[in-house]
Design a protein around this ligand. Structure first.
Ligand SMILES: [Zn+2]
Ligand SMILES: [Zn+2]
Length: 353
């Protein structure tokens, strides 16, 4: 079957526009289509054969890959992913996903850098209809976020046990941690504690500028750690300023800062997540939106599970799951791939897999 690569690029741009994607992403496809349309006949096929497409102004890695696939008669993977969610009522899909969520696996209290006591976070979660809230305060090395030492975490575990005894029937606080993934990929807390916690989220908060090979190695080591359940905000990007009144690791005094994605081999990382059954977090925070949708789609294709988390640092932020659900719905993530659609018991069984 013959395909028209220029038509495919334009089709992708159209679908991206209709899905209300970022303008620069749409423009990349339209620019590439225009560049290729202006070539003398025969030159496109020649450049694909000689692998010189990228030398053309306006043609990047992603658009070049689409052209190569299209000229080979295949539907470009990028187009296939977009078509998978075409015609789907995304509002309805996002709502269905949000309704299916029974809890939140990434939240902070005033024991680390959150703004409220654990009980207030828990009561807000009850009001949202959650069946559980995983409390994941920071680990010791993240001093800027008042990360918990082993002994403070032990105190917190006792405190949570007391709180649970007083909370309404049908709701519980699950214990957890957002543990730093250190430079060598090890996790920043005592092994015995990591084994005792209900859910372990691991995130990179330092050395975000590590080169690709180092960051990939670091992440693969963490993912292979049997204690790690969820890979938190995997690219570390900041797409916009932090909402007013919210402080967080590394962000003090830099409210307007954005941060690029860290560089790692996403295919290797997601393949490892799928192999070790480590869930990939879809972080709902508006300033993070991490991972970006193109990576959510790749993780989905790799067979990963997901956790749609708020990373809430205040009770009102627990309602941000909706944002993560919208992003997940746009990428076609089905509810049965999302671990926090499970009951607390099923989640615990999986976490101790
Ligand atoms: Zn974090
Ligand atoms: Zn966090």
């Amino acid at each position: 079957m013959t395909r028209d690569p220029i038509a495919d690029l334009r089709r992708i741009a159209f679908l991206l526009e209709r899905a209300n994607e970022a303008t620069h992403r749409v423009r990349a496809f339209r620019t590439a289509a225009n560049t290729l349309a202006a070539l003398p006949s025969g030159e496109l096929a020649e450049r694909v054969r000689d692998r010189t497409l990228r030398e053309l102004a306006g043609v990047g890695d992603v658009t070049a890959r689409c052209v190569v696939e299209s000229l080979a008669g295949e539907e470009p993977v990028y187009l296939r992913r977009l078509l998978a969610t075409e015609g789907v009522d995304l509002d309805a899909e996002a709502t269905a996903l949000r309704t299916a969520l029974r809890g939140d696996c990434h939240t902070h209290s005033d024991w680390s850098d959150g703004g409220s006591p654990i009980e207030e976070m828990a009561l807000a979660a009850v009001e949202l209809g959650h069946e559980y809230l995983v409390l994941t305060d920071h680990s010791p090395r993240l001093k800027v976020a008042r990360g918990l030492t082993a002994s403070r975490l032990r105190q917190q575990l006792d405190h949570v046990a007391q709180l649970n005894a007083a909370l309404p029937e049908g709701f519980r606080i699950l214990t957890g941690i957002e543990v730093d993934i250190l430079a060598d990929g090890s996790l920043d807390q005592e092994e015995e504690l990591l084994a005792r916690l209900d859910v372990v989220v691991g995130s990179v908060h330092s050395g975000l500028g590590d080169d690709r090979a180092k960051m990939t190695r670091r992440m693969l080591t963490a993912i292979a750690n049997p204690h790690l359940d969820i890979l938190g905000h995997c690219t570390g990007r900041m797409v916009s300023s932090r909402p007013a009144g919210v402080t967080g690791p590394g962000d003090r005094g830099h409210r307007a800062r954005t941060r690029a994605e860290s560089d790692f081999d996403a295919d290797a990382v997601f393949a490892a997540c799928a192999a070790h059954d480590t869930a990939v977090e879809i972080n709902s925070r508006p300033e993070r939106q991490d991972p970006p949708k193109r990576l959510i789609r790749r993780a989905l294709e790799a067979g990963c599970r997901f956790a749609i988390n708020t990373d809430a640092h205040a009770p009102g932020q627990l309602d941000w799951q909706r944002f993560g659900c919208e992003r997940a719905a746009r990428c076609g993530v089905p509810a049965d791939r999302v671990i926090n659609t499970w009951t607390a018991d099923d989640l615990l069984t999986w976490a101790h897999r």
